[in-house]
Design a protein around this ligand. Sequence first.
Ligand code: HAX
Length: 431
Amino acid sequence: MANIFKKMELIRSDICSERSLLIQEKGDRLLDTITVQQAHGGMRGVKSMICDTSLVKPGKGLIIRGYPLLEIKDLWPEDVFILLLTGEKPTKEDREDLLKEYDKRAEIPDQIGRALRSMSKDSHPMTMLSTAIMALENESVFDEKYNEGVPKNEYWKYYLEDAVNLLAKLPGLAAGLYRIKFDKGDPIPWTKGMDWGANYANMMGIEDEDFADLMRLYLMFHCDHEGGNVSANTCHTVGSALSNAYYSVSAGLNGLAGFLHGMANQECLRWVLQVMDRFDGQAPSEEQLESFAQETLESGQVIPGYGHAVLRVTDPRFEGFIEFGRQHLPDDPVFQTVNRLYKVVPDVLKEFSKKRVEQGKSPIADPYPNVDAGSGALLYHYGITEFEYYTVLFGISRAMGMLSQLVLNRALGVPITRPKSVGTKYIKENV
Ligand code: HAX
């Protein structure tokens, strides 16, 4: 049995007792109050769910199990999965042990390739990813054990089995669909003994050590963003009904495919290339970028890659990507454009926000770049020019966060989600 299973077995009773004690001691205390504005406004800021894997602080960004992201940016994705799940940084042996599990479980059944090839040529890569995950659902160990009648307090073990199985296969699914969709040749199998990020890069058909480094960083940076974002929250809700990990993660990824969420990364690069196209493919000047950004806003569109529901500073994930770009591709025109946009767009958004307020509209709460503003330029540099694919990369990484939250929720016995909704009449008459 992998170390990760043993560790979870050990921490489970601790986290369960902690939860019981908290509910016993503080169960009737107020955690938050909710205004009509919040109920109408996407529940922004309402503290109403528990997530221990990570926290997003408005002024600091992502904190994973107590570690600010940039302090642990050298962890590999397999390390971060163990950290998310257990709360402890893994040892070298833990990492090797998990990789051995991936080696055993990574093979992708033939029917997945057939299912992907039978899809319409214009299916979006995120649709293909979600479909491929659903096509694996018949392998759910949890469903098999549930039907055998295992007791509730053991559910988490089988969610963890499903999580490790799914994580082992995800890079192969994602790389395979890339090669099928974009006519890159036959899918390349998983290489035993190679890490998760390098394997993914290799299976896409890109043999470049720097790209493997970028993949490790990319997969690390996108791993989790606390519990309330659309994908994590969706996965949480679906899983709370005891839908297995395949149903839950696929549902979360369908949320990630929204233009305001993970799909912003494809939109961002599309927008960057649009402005470059206007200036013969060169990196435009700051003045040219400023007027393009204003034009975008005046035409009623959002500037993709900027703004956030929680953050109020430059996203540290963006900073980390810019740092990678500075080291590896400082002269790349797409990267230079992204860098210049960073100098220009926050001020354009601040000005636009002032005008909005004068017109009685809400301000733009965060004029700074989020994770999606910088990642595309790096991928583009290494030859992944099919930007509709970018959200798939995001999704493979985010599966680690969704799955660790899912396993922890089952370990804690978190009940089915069922908030109360009220109607307009209720608010008029009672509030
Ligand atoms: N460009 C133009 N307008 C923007 C904006 C931007 N980048 N960011 C926010 N606004 C607008 C909103 O559209 C909203 O306008 P309306 O009231 O007219 O609808 C207003 O400013 C107030 O929004 P907010 O309170 O600042 O932000 P929200 O919490 O409502 O939304 C979003 C957060 C991320 C959805 C928003 O900033 C946005 O649409 N950004 C561009 C898309 C994007 O980059 N999404 C990726 C976010 C990170 C992520 O989840 N990645 O997966």
